[in-house]
Design a protein around this ligand. Structure first.
Ligand SMILES: [Zn+2]
Length: 383
Protein backbone atom coordinates (compact mmCIF):
# COMPACT_ATOMS: atom_id res chain seq x y z
CA UNK A 1 0.00 0.00 0.00
CA UNK A 2 1.48 3.36 -0.97
CA UNK A 3 1.64 6.06 1.72
CA UNK A 4 0.15 9.53 1.19
CA UNK A 5 3.35 11.06 -0.18
CA UNK A 6 3.86 8.20 -2.55
CA UNK A 7 0.25 8.35 -3.73
CA UNK A 8 0.49 12.12 -4.25
CA UNK A 9 3.60 11.81 -6.36
CA UNK A 10 1.99 9.01 -8.37
CA UNK A 11 -1.05 11.22 -9.02
CA UNK A 12 1.11 14.22 -9.87
CA UNK A 13 2.94 12.11 -12.44
CA UNK A 14 -0.38 11.38 -14.14
CA UNK A 15 -1.73 14.94 -14.36
CA UNK A 16 -0.54 18.22 -15.79
CA UNK A 17 0.50 21.05 -13.48
CA UNK A 18 1.08 24.71 -14.18
CA UNK A 19 2.62 27.42 -12.01
CA UNK A 20 0.94 30.64 -10.88
CA UNK A 21 2.41 32.69 -13.71
CA UNK A 22 1.08 30.28 -16.34
CA UNK A 23 -2.26 30.14 -14.56
CA UNK A 24 -2.60 33.92 -14.67
CA UNK A 25 -2.32 33.81 -18.46
CA UNK A 26 -5.28 31.43 -18.53
CA UNK A 27 -7.67 33.66 -16.52
CA UNK A 28 -9.55 34.63 -19.68
CA UNK A 29 -9.89 31.29 -21.43
CA UNK A 30 -10.05 28.64 -18.67
CA UNK A 31 -12.62 28.04 -15.96
CA UNK A 32 -10.97 28.06 -12.53
CA UNK A 33 -12.31 25.51 -10.07
CA UNK A 34 -11.66 26.12 -6.39
CA UNK A 35 -11.80 22.78 -4.57
CA UNK A 36 -11.04 24.07 -1.06
CA UNK A 37 -13.49 24.29 1.84
CA UNK A 38 -16.07 27.02 2.42
CA UNK A 39 -14.07 28.90 5.08
CA UNK A 40 -10.99 28.99 2.84
CA UNK A 41 -13.05 30.29 -0.11
CA UNK A 42 -14.62 32.95 2.10
CA UNK A 43 -11.22 34.34 3.02
CA UNK A 44 -10.40 35.03 -0.62
CA UNK A 45 -10.27 33.31 -3.98
CA UNK A 46 -9.21 33.79 -7.58
CA UNK A 47 -11.65 36.19 -9.33
CA UNK A 48 -14.18 34.40 -11.52
CA UNK A 49 -13.45 30.99 -9.98
CA UNK A 50 -16.24 28.50 -9.36
CA UNK A 51 -16.36 26.99 -5.88
CA UNK A 52 -16.76 23.19 -5.64
CA UNK A 53 -15.42 21.68 -2.42
CA UNK A 54 -13.31 18.58 -3.08
CA UNK A 55 -15.86 16.34 -1.36
CA UNK A 56 -18.62 17.41 -3.80
CA UNK A 57 -16.50 17.53 -6.93
CA UNK A 58 -17.48 14.24 -8.55
CA UNK A 59 -21.19 14.65 -7.82
CA UNK A 60 -21.45 18.28 -8.92
CA UNK A 61 -19.04 18.69 -11.79
CA UNK A 62 -21.29 17.39 -14.56
CA UNK A 63 -23.98 19.87 -13.57
CA UNK A 64 -21.49 22.73 -13.36
CA UNK A 65 -19.40 21.91 -16.44
CA UNK A 66 -21.34 19.77 -18.93
CA UNK A 67 -18.70 20.34 -21.62
CA UNK A 68 -15.89 17.82 -21.01
CA UNK A 69 -13.57 19.65 -23.41
CA UNK A 70 -13.73 22.88 -21.40
CA UNK A 71 -10.31 24.11 -20.25
CA UNK A 72 -10.17 23.80 -16.45
CA UNK A 73 -7.62 25.07 -13.94
CA UNK A 74 -8.13 23.36 -10.59
CA UNK A 75 -6.66 24.86 -7.46
CA UNK A 76 -6.62 24.37 -3.70
CA UNK A 77 -4.42 25.92 -1.02
CA UNK A 78 -1.09 24.35 -1.95
CA UNK A 79 -1.64 22.02 -4.91
CA UNK A 80 -2.25 18.62 -3.29
CA UNK A 81 -6.06 18.44 -3.14
CA UNK A 82 -6.22 19.95 -6.63
CA UNK A 83 -3.86 17.26 -7.93
CA UNK A 84 -6.24 14.55 -6.71
CA UNK A 85 -9.17 16.57 -8.09
CA UNK A 86 -7.50 16.86 -11.50
CA UNK A 87 -6.94 13.10 -11.52
CA UNK A 88 -10.63 12.47 -10.73
CA UNK A 89 -11.73 14.89 -13.43
CA UNK A 90 -9.55 13.06 -15.93
CA UNK A 91 -11.17 9.77 -14.87
CA UNK A 92 -14.58 11.38 -15.45
CA UNK A 93 -13.63 12.20 -19.02
CA UNK A 94 -12.52 15.83 -18.67
CA UNK A 95 -9.69 16.06 -21.15
CA UNK A 96 -8.34 19.57 -20.63
CA UNK A 97 -7.54 19.87 -16.92
CA UNK A 98 -4.49 21.31 -15.18
CA UNK A 99 -3.73 21.66 -11.49
CA UNK A 100 -2.22 24.84 -10.07
CA UNK A 101 1.05 23.83 -8.41
CA UNK A 102 1.53 25.82 -5.21
CA UNK A 103 -2.20 26.61 -5.18
CA UNK A 104 -3.84 29.78 -3.94
CA UNK A 105 -0.98 30.37 -1.50
CA UNK A 106 1.52 30.73 -4.32
CA UNK A 107 -0.95 32.74 -6.42
CA UNK A 108 -1.28 35.26 -3.57
CA UNK A 109 2.47 35.32 -2.96
CA UNK A 110 2.91 36.41 -6.58
CA UNK A 111 0.62 39.37 -5.93
CA UNK A 112 -1.94 38.18 -8.50
CA UNK A 113 -5.56 39.42 -8.28
CA UNK A 114 -7.76 37.98 -5.53
CA UNK A 115 -11.42 38.44 -4.77
CA UNK A 116 -11.77 39.28 -1.09
CA UNK A 117 -15.44 40.23 -1.21
CA UNK A 118 -17.27 38.79 1.73
CA UNK A 119 -19.24 35.87 0.42
CA UNK A 120 -22.78 34.99 1.31
CA UNK A 121 -23.89 34.30 4.84
CA UNK A 122 -24.85 30.71 5.70
CA UNK A 123 -28.53 31.71 5.62
CA UNK A 124 -28.08 33.21 2.16
CA UNK A 125 -26.30 30.10 1.00
CA UNK A 126 -29.27 28.08 2.06
CA UNK A 127 -31.89 30.50 0.68
CA UNK A 128 -30.23 30.83 -2.72
CA UNK A 129 -28.86 27.26 -2.91
CA UNK A 130 -30.70 26.56 -6.19
CA UNK A 131 -28.95 29.59 -7.70
CA UNK A 132 -25.57 28.51 -6.39
CA UNK A 133 -25.95 25.19 -8.17
CA UNK A 134 -26.08 26.80 -11.61
CA UNK A 135 -22.75 28.22 -12.79
CA UNK A 136 -24.44 31.07 -14.71
CA UNK A 137 -25.44 32.44 -11.30
CA UNK A 138 -23.26 30.79 -8.66
CA UNK A 139 -21.93 32.58 -5.61
CA UNK A 140 -20.58 35.45 -7.65
CA UNK A 141 -23.83 35.98 -9.55
CA UNK A 142 -25.85 35.83 -6.36
CA UNK A 143 -23.59 38.43 -4.77
CA UNK A 144 -24.13 40.51 -7.90
CA UNK A 145 -27.92 40.18 -7.63
CA UNK A 146 -27.78 41.23 -3.98
CA UNK A 147 -25.99 44.40 -5.07
CA UNK A 148 -28.35 45.01 -8.02
CA UNK A 149 -30.92 47.78 -8.14
CA UNK A 150 -34.07 47.37 -10.19
CA UNK A 151 -36.70 50.07 -10.60
CA UNK A 152 -40.28 48.93 -11.12
CA UNK A 153 -42.64 51.33 -12.83
CA UNK A 154 -45.99 50.33 -11.37
CA UNK A 155 -46.99 47.87 -8.64
CA UNK A 156 -49.94 46.57 -10.65
CA UNK A 157 -50.50 43.53 -12.84
CA UNK A 158 -46.97 43.34 -14.27
CA UNK A 159 -45.18 44.83 -11.26
CA UNK A 160 -46.73 42.29 -8.89
CA UNK A 161 -45.13 39.09 -10.24
CA UNK A 162 -41.99 41.01 -11.23
CA UNK A 163 -41.47 42.41 -7.72
CA UNK A 164 -42.14 39.04 -6.08
CA UNK A 165 -39.75 37.06 -8.27
CA UNK A 166 -37.05 39.74 -8.21
CA UNK A 167 -37.31 39.77 -4.42
CA UNK A 168 -37.26 35.98 -4.20
CA UNK A 169 -34.16 35.93 -6.43
CA UNK A 170 -32.41 38.26 -3.98
CA UNK A 171 -32.21 41.45 -6.04
CA UNK A 172 -30.99 43.67 -3.22
CA UNK A 173 -32.78 46.93 -3.95
CA UNK A 174 -36.18 47.38 -5.56
CA UNK A 175 -37.55 50.83 -6.28
CA UNK A 176 -41.31 50.92 -6.85
CA UNK A 177 -43.08 53.88 -8.43
CA UNK A 178 -46.87 53.89 -8.03
CA UNK A 179 -49.32 56.55 -6.86
CA UNK A 180 -52.40 54.34 -6.47
CA UNK A 181 -54.04 52.59 -3.54
CA UNK A 182 -55.10 48.94 -3.57
CA UNK A 183 -58.60 48.52 -4.98
CA UNK A 184 -60.79 45.41 -4.91
CA UNK A 185 -60.73 45.14 -8.72
CA UNK A 186 -56.92 44.85 -8.61
CA UNK A 187 -56.88 41.57 -6.69
CA UNK A 188 -57.94 39.44 -9.69
CA UNK A 189 -54.31 39.70 -10.90
CA UNK A 190 -52.14 41.96 -8.70
CA UNK A 191 -50.81 39.20 -6.46
CA UNK A 192 -48.39 41.30 -4.43
CA UNK A 193 -51.43 42.87 -2.73
CA UNK A 194 -54.12 41.24 -0.64
CA UNK A 195 -57.57 41.72 0.83
CA UNK A 196 -55.88 42.91 4.03
CA UNK A 197 -54.18 45.81 2.25
CA UNK A 198 -57.28 47.17 0.45
CA UNK A 199 -57.24 50.95 0.55
CA UNK A 200 -53.54 51.26 1.43
CA UNK A 201 -50.95 52.69 -0.99
CA UNK A 202 -49.75 50.04 -3.43
CA UNK A 203 -46.11 50.86 -2.74
CA UNK A 204 -46.61 50.19 1.00
CA UNK A 205 -48.66 47.04 0.38
CA UNK A 206 -45.96 45.71 -2.00
CA UNK A 207 -43.16 46.67 0.40
CA UNK A 208 -44.75 44.69 3.23
CA UNK A 209 -45.25 41.58 1.05
CA UNK A 210 -41.72 41.74 -0.36
CA UNK A 211 -40.07 42.24 3.01
CA UNK A 212 -42.02 39.31 4.43
CA UNK A 213 -40.75 37.19 1.55
CA UNK A 214 -37.09 38.22 1.74
CA UNK A 215 -35.39 40.47 4.29
CA UNK A 216 -32.33 40.76 2.04
CA UNK A 217 -34.35 43.10 -0.16
CA UNK A 218 -34.59 46.81 0.48
CA UNK A 219 -37.67 48.44 -1.03
CA UNK A 220 -37.59 52.13 -1.90
CA UNK A 221 -41.19 53.31 -2.34
CA UNK A 222 -42.04 56.26 -4.56
CA UNK A 223 -45.68 56.96 -3.89
CA UNK A 224 -46.08 59.30 -6.81
CA UNK A 225 -47.01 59.26 -10.43
CA UNK A 226 -44.03 59.43 -12.79
CA UNK A 227 -43.96 62.88 -14.40
CA UNK A 228 -41.51 65.12 -16.23
CA UNK A 229 -40.99 66.83 -12.84
CA UNK A 230 -39.85 63.79 -10.84
CA UNK A 231 -38.43 61.36 -13.41
CA UNK A 232 -34.86 62.69 -13.27
CA UNK A 233 -34.86 62.68 -9.46
CA UNK A 234 -36.09 59.07 -9.28
CA UNK A 235 -33.70 57.80 -11.95
CA UNK A 236 -30.78 59.65 -10.37
CA UNK A 237 -31.06 57.28 -7.39
CA UNK A 238 -29.14 54.84 -9.62
CA UNK A 239 -30.71 51.78 -11.27
CA UNK A 240 -29.25 48.89 -13.23
CA UNK A 241 -32.52 47.95 -14.92
CA UNK A 242 -36.01 49.41 -15.23
CA UNK A 243 -38.99 47.05 -15.42
CA UNK A 244 -41.76 49.01 -17.11
CA UNK A 245 -45.21 47.87 -16.10
CA UNK A 246 -46.91 51.16 -16.93
CA UNK A 247 -50.46 50.98 -18.23
CA UNK A 248 -50.56 54.38 -19.92
CA UNK A 249 -48.85 56.21 -22.76
CA UNK A 250 -47.57 59.31 -20.92
CA UNK A 251 -45.60 57.14 -18.47
CA UNK A 252 -44.36 54.80 -21.18
CA UNK A 253 -42.93 57.71 -23.21
CA UNK A 254 -41.42 59.34 -20.13
CA UNK A 255 -39.74 56.05 -19.13
CA UNK A 256 -38.41 55.63 -22.65
CA UNK A 257 -36.96 59.11 -23.02
CA UNK A 258 -35.50 59.10 -19.51
CA UNK A 259 -33.92 55.65 -19.96
CA UNK A 260 -32.21 56.77 -23.18
CA UNK A 261 -30.86 59.90 -21.51
CA UNK A 262 -29.85 58.07 -18.30
CA UNK A 263 -28.55 55.04 -20.25
CA UNK A 264 -30.55 52.40 -18.33
CA UNK A 265 -32.02 49.33 -20.05
CA UNK A 266 -35.82 48.98 -19.90
CA UNK A 267 -37.67 45.69 -19.84
CA UNK A 268 -40.94 46.60 -21.49
CA UNK A 269 -44.16 44.66 -21.05
CA UNK A 270 -47.75 45.25 -22.03
CA UNK A 271 -50.99 43.30 -21.84
CA UNK A 272 -54.48 43.50 -23.28
CA UNK A 273 -57.24 40.91 -22.87
CA UNK A 274 -55.43 37.70 -23.95
CA UNK A 275 -52.38 39.26 -25.61
CA UNK A 276 -49.04 40.13 -24.12
CA UNK A 277 -45.81 41.68 -25.37
CA UNK A 278 -42.28 41.77 -23.97
CA UNK A 279 -39.08 43.34 -25.25
CA UNK A 280 -35.90 44.98 -23.96
CA UNK A 281 -34.94 48.52 -24.90
CA UNK A 282 -31.22 48.80 -24.27
CA UNK A 283 -29.81 52.25 -25.02
CA UNK A 284 -27.02 52.16 -27.59
CA UNK A 285 -27.71 48.52 -28.38
CA UNK A 286 -31.03 48.23 -30.19
CA UNK A 287 -34.18 50.23 -30.74
CA UNK A 288 -36.05 52.31 -28.17
CA UNK A 289 -39.83 52.60 -27.82
CA UNK A 290 -39.88 55.72 -29.98
CA UNK A 291 -38.02 53.90 -32.76
CA UNK A 292 -41.26 51.88 -33.06
CA UNK A 293 -43.80 54.52 -32.11
CA UNK A 294 -42.34 58.03 -32.51
CA UNK A 295 -45.40 59.60 -30.84
CA UNK A 296 -48.51 58.37 -29.01
CA UNK A 297 -51.71 57.81 -31.00
CA UNK A 298 -54.44 60.40 -30.66
CA UNK A 299 -56.47 59.78 -27.48
CA UNK A 300 -59.68 58.98 -29.42
CA UNK A 301 -57.93 55.92 -30.97
CA UNK A 302 -56.66 54.46 -27.70
CA UNK A 303 -58.90 52.23 -25.59
CA UNK A 304 -60.05 53.80 -22.37
CA UNK A 305 -58.96 52.43 -19.00
CA UNK A 306 -62.38 51.00 -18.16
CA UNK A 307 -62.44 48.99 -21.40
CA UNK A 308 -59.05 47.40 -20.84
CA UNK A 309 -60.09 43.95 -19.67
CA UNK A 310 -57.46 41.27 -19.14
CA UNK A 311 -57.31 37.59 -18.21
CA UNK A 312 -55.99 37.59 -14.63
CA UNK A 313 -53.06 35.26 -15.27
CA UNK A 314 -51.79 37.11 -18.36
CA UNK A 315 -49.88 39.80 -16.43
CA UNK A 316 -48.42 36.95 -14.38
CA UNK A 317 -46.99 35.38 -17.54
CA UNK A 318 -45.79 38.64 -19.07
CA UNK A 319 -44.46 40.02 -15.76
CA UNK A 320 -42.42 36.86 -15.13
CA UNK A 321 -41.02 37.01 -18.67
CA UNK A 322 -39.98 40.59 -17.88
CA UNK A 323 -38.36 39.36 -14.66
CA UNK A 324 -36.42 36.75 -16.60
CA UNK A 325 -35.02 39.51 -18.82
CA UNK A 326 -34.26 41.76 -15.83
CA UNK A 327 -32.36 38.98 -14.03
CA UNK A 328 -30.36 38.18 -17.18
CA UNK A 329 -29.45 41.85 -17.56
CA UNK A 330 -28.47 42.10 -13.89
CA UNK A 331 -26.34 38.94 -14.15
CA UNK A 332 -25.06 39.74 -17.65
CA UNK A 333 -25.88 36.25 -18.92
CA UNK A 334 -27.82 34.92 -21.91
CA UNK A 335 -29.36 36.85 -24.79
CA UNK A 336 -31.77 39.57 -23.72
CA UNK A 337 -34.77 40.43 -25.91
CA UNK A 338 -32.95 43.41 -27.44
CA UNK A 339 -34.39 44.20 -30.88
CA UNK A 340 -36.85 41.33 -30.46
CA UNK A 341 -40.51 41.71 -29.57
CA UNK A 342 -42.00 38.57 -28.04
CA UNK A 343 -45.77 38.30 -28.55
CA UNK A 344 -47.87 35.93 -26.48
CA UNK A 345 -51.39 34.83 -27.38
CA UNK A 346 -52.97 33.29 -24.29
CA UNK A 347 -56.00 31.87 -26.13
CA UNK A 348 -53.90 29.97 -28.66
CA UNK A 349 -50.97 29.52 -26.23
CA UNK A 350 -48.64 30.76 -28.92
CA UNK A 351 -45.40 32.75 -28.79
CA UNK A 352 -44.26 34.77 -31.82
CA UNK A 353 -41.08 36.78 -32.15
CA UNK A 354 -40.86 39.92 -34.26
CA UNK A 355 -37.53 41.56 -35.03
CA UNK A 356 -37.31 45.26 -34.30
CA UNK A 357 -34.90 47.67 -35.93
CA UNK A 358 -33.34 50.78 -34.54
CA UNK A 359 -34.70 53.79 -36.43
CA UNK A 360 -31.90 56.16 -37.51
CA UNK A 361 -34.53 58.92 -37.66
CA UNK A 362 -35.83 58.18 -34.13
CA UNK A 363 -36.72 61.50 -32.46
CA UNK A 364 -34.91 60.46 -29.24
CA UNK A 365 -32.15 57.90 -29.94
CA UNK A 366 -31.62 58.66 -33.66
CA UNK A 367 -28.73 60.46 -35.30
CA UNK A 368 -30.41 63.86 -35.15
CA UNK A 369 -32.75 63.84 -32.15
CA UNK A 370 -35.63 66.30 -32.28
CA UNK A 371 -36.90 65.57 -28.77
CA UNK A 372 -34.42 66.65 -26.11
CA UNK A 373 -36.71 67.38 -23.18
CA UNK A 374 -39.52 65.52 -21.43
CA UNK A 375 -43.05 65.73 -22.79
CA UNK A 376 -46.11 65.25 -20.58
CA UNK A 377 -48.69 63.72 -22.88
CA UNK A 378 -52.40 63.86 -22.09
CA UNK A 379 -53.46 60.94 -19.91
CA UNK A 380 -55.28 58.03 -21.48
CA UNK A 381 -54.99 54.28 -21.15
CA UNK A 382 -53.14 51.90 -23.43
CA UNK A 383 -53.27 48.32 -24.42
ZN1 LIG B 1 -35.19 55.22 -30.65
Amino acid sequence: MPGYRELLSQVKAEIEEINALEARDRLDDALFLDVREQDEWDEGHIPGAVFVPRGNLESRIEGLVPDRDRALVVYCAAGARSAFAAKSLGDLGYGNVVSLAGGYTDWKRNGFPVDLSKGLTSEQRSRYSRHLLIPEVGEEGQARLLKSRVLLIGAGGLGSPASLYLAAAGVGTLGIVDADVVDESNLQRQIVHSTDTLGTPKVESAKATIEALNRDVKVIPYQERLTSENVDRILADGWDVIVDGADNFPTRYLVNDASVWHDIPVVHGSIYRFEGQVTVFKPGDGPCYRCLYPAPPPPELAPSCAEGGVLGVLPGIVGTLQTNEALKLALDVGDPLVGRLLLFDALATDFTEVHLKKNPDCPVCGEHPTITDYIDYVEFCTR
